[in-house]
Design a protein around this ligand. Structure first.
Ligand code: DGI
Ligand code: FE
Ligand code: FE
Length: 194
């Protein structure tokens, strides 16, 4: 899919604020691709499309999870966890996107996972640090991402903050979120992929 078509798709479907966020994520992911020698085209496309299903009907999303055999644990969660996996599936089935890195980056943008591809990492981080985000402490993560030279350390710090936030609100943590936290924990001694 060409980037113009992706932008048209989200402008047709998402409210203006979410379109702005999505374009910011795409632009941020491209910047990170330049710093970290990633694929800017893939990062941009996944960034534009990552929140395509953010406002979809939850019942319809559960039907998609069941009928397409997605992880059944998804059925214990809400739209926050479902919109990535469902968007990836729709981009593949309905819009014919077949690039695995783009699909994975859309699928896992909320939770991350262990052993992410470069494009997944770029979109996961870009979603957290795009210029419109005002989460307390986001400046520290921007500094890490832009000036400290480690995607993996940035991912760990994002994961840690997300999990601490979820626990403080008694919100359940999805398996992939925990797997991401543990995998990118740089205090742990296991050898990582980069
Ligand atoms: O879609 P966005 O708002 O741009 O951002 P996102 O897709 O990263 O979603 C962020 C929300 O997802 C935030 O409210 C925290 C929530 N979230 C992240 N990991 C988990 C989670 N929610 C639950 N229940 N469990 C998780 O593991
Ligand atoms: Fe999202
Ligand atoms: Fe987003």
């Amino acid at each position: 899919m060409k980037i113009e078509q992706a932008v048209a798709l989200i402008k047709d479907k998402l409210p203006e604020k979410r379109v702005t966020h999505s374009l910011n994520v795409a632009e941020t992911a491209v910047k990170l691709a330049e710093i970290y020698d990633g694929d800017a085209q893939k990062a941009e496309l996944a960034g534009v499309l990552h929140d395509y299903c953010k406002y979809d009907d939850l019942g319809t999303m559960y039907q998609i999870v069941t009928s397409r055999g997605l992880d059944s644990n998804l059925l214990s969660y809400g739209v926050e966890i479902l919109h990535g996996p469902v968007a990836a599936l729709i981009m593949q089935e309905t819009f014919g996107i077949d690039d695995e890195e783009v699909l994975l980056a859309i699928k896992n943008h909320t939770t991350g996972r262990a052993q992410m591809t470069k494009t997944e990492k770029l979109v996961f981080i870009a979603d957290y640090i795009e210029p419109g985000r005002q989460t307390p402490g986001v400046e520290e993560i921007r500094e890490l991402a832009y000036n400290q030279g480690s995607l993996d350390k940035t991912i760990y710090e994002i994961s840690k903050r997300t999990v601490l936030y979820l626990i403080s609100k008694d919100i359940n943590v999805y398996d992939a979120t925990i797997a991401c936290l543990n995998y990118y924990n740089y205090s742990d001694e296991r050898v990582k992929d980069d």
